[in-house]
Every structure is written in C-alpha cells, then in structure tokens.
Design a protein around this ligand. Sequence first.
Ligand SMILES: [Zn+2]
Length: 378
Amino acid sequence: MADDRPVPPGLANFWNGPVAAFAELEPNVISDEQAERHRIFSLTLMAMLVGQWNGNKYGDTGTYPWREAQQVGTLTSGGNVYGGGSYLGHNIAAIAVDGEGRIIDYEFNHNQVFDSTVEHAESRLVRRVFSLNQIYEPWASEQGSGPAGGGPAAARRDQRPHNRRRVFATAVPERADLADPGEVSMTPADTAPAAAQATPKPSSYATLLNDVTIYTSLESCAQCSGIMCLGSVKDIVYLQWDQGQFLIGNIMWQATNGTKGFTAPRPIRGDEFGFEYFSQLNEATEAFTQGLAETPFYVSADGSFTNATPSVTSFLCTDAAMGIYGAAANELEGWSTATHADYAPTPAALTNQQVLDEAHDFVAWVDELDNRGAPHRV
Ligand SMILES: [Zn+2]
C-alpha cells in the first residue's frame, strides 16, 4: 500500500531532486579569525584525547600489528602487552563551547564501560550540559529583599529565581532579568530594541544551546545528530569524516534549516577552516582499511581470534592515528600567541588569545582529572 501522507515541509525542496542535492551543503564561509578559533578548540579536543589514549580494543595483550609504538612488553606465554590499560570506550571525544568561547565540558565515548553501542561522546555531552544547567539551578536565590528563608511567603517567593537557565553565555539575554545589571554582560541585548530588553523572556530548554558549538573528533551518527538537533545546538565541528554515517548530519541540517521547530546543528568540516589533520586522519583511515587485507588489526595471544574488519574505531587505536593526534597536541602545547589575538566574535566574548589560554588550562585540567568524563548514565 502506498504511503499517501503529505511531504514533510523540511523535505519538500528536495523531494524530487537528486540525493546529492540533499546531502551536500553549501561551503561555510569562515573568516581567518574564526578559523583560528576553530583551530584552537579542535587542537584542544585532540590534545585531550592524547591524554586519555587507549587502543586496547580487544584487550591489552595479544598482537596489534598496527600498534607497535604502543607496545610496552612481551608475554613469556606469547603475545605482547600494550599501554593504555582497560579499554573504556573508543578514542572519540567531544567538547561543548558556549557563545562566548568558554568550554562548558567534555565527554568521551563510553561504549565499553556501559557495554553499549550508544554511549557516544556527543550524545552524552548534550545530556551532560543540560544536566549541568539543572545542577546549578539556584532555587533559593539570594536575590530579593529579605534574607533567604526568612520573611513572609511573598518575600520568599520573590527570592526565587524566575529563570533557571543562567549557566551559559548562550542565555545572556535571558540572564538579564535575574542578575545585577553590573554583573552580567548585556552586550547581545544592547543591540536589541529597548522594548525587547525591558521584557526578557525566560529562556527555554529549547533555546538553551542555541549558541553552543560542539567539537567532535569523529563525524556524528544519527543518534548524536538527533540529540543535537533536539537540543538545537548551533554548530557541530568534526575533525574526521565517518563514511558509515551516510552524511546524516548534513541531511538533518538540510531538512531543518529554515523550518520552524528543532534545528540541527550546522556541520563544519575540519578542512573548511584549514585543519590539515582532517585530511590526514581520513587518508590514514583509508590506508588502514586497505592494509587490513595484508595485516590484521589484532591477533589474540593464543591465536584463536583474529580481527581484520575495517572499522574507524579500530583505526583510532593505531599508531598512525596516535601520531596525528600527538602532532596536534604538540602544536597546541607550543602555541602561546594567537595570530588574531584580539579578535572576539562579540564584544562580550573571549578573544582568541583568551581562548588559547583557556585551551591550555583546559587540557591541563583534563590531564589532571585523568578520566574520560563524568560517569553518568545519560
Ligand atoms: Zn553518535
């Protein structure tokens, strides 16, 4: 029986056209200043991954011919031992950055920890960011006239926040109604009509992430694209393509761009801002895939199990991948002065130099934490 439903509005423009017109995007226009900013955050993500690198996808013993540089010893019973310890998840991570350039938090892939195929970095990160916002809700605000907890009910009610979403710069206009005028930068609202400034609307969970950019080391799957769409994340920057995900991020952007309701994040490829590690990772993945015909990814110590299945997550265990990530980490470590040091996308935002300084601090902090993110289930 034919499906006689009307064409959904988001698909109408593409309904009778070729798939290519639906899945391919117009190139992003990225200034040199913005490219530098993307580079800093992308290097931050790669440096963070280097600190938590673990290629022991099939255990830390056996033989991984593509991982000789990570070998730390040899077993007398046969096989080798590799650095990294227990495999917790794939070497895929993401960071969220707010509209002013502040890194909100990070997440790693946790598939192995949860014995699950869906614990991806981006989906965990979106839920993490929403959770952070909830954790920080100051329900008993110190605003209002009387001391918190005292006075008549009406006064206590006045002390409550009228807006619970105040953590991220993305909600700057909305924060205006609960912060002291001198406390919060009003820059984005300064350009709005006076009437709009006078009646700031409470921000909604639907718009909380409107200015958030997520940087992910690997192109997003349908799950992660979906959750970022539901969260209305602004941009998704990815540092390597994943051909197995059939350009779903592009497709979702096309279907939601310009329509009412949820909006998928705009995909930005690493090569669109001159990030050479993007093509290096893609090419090395292809070389790995081709090479598996000759050299398996893994052979167990007793020889009973061999893996030679092409997989981007196996590639992300290899010396080749680690070398590219290591070069990026080294670049960040040696980079102390931004070229466009004073650039900021808005007057309230961090400058590129401040973003670079923040990047160094953030990587140092993640190294100090020495874990792959908060162990939350969602
Ligand atoms: Zn995913």
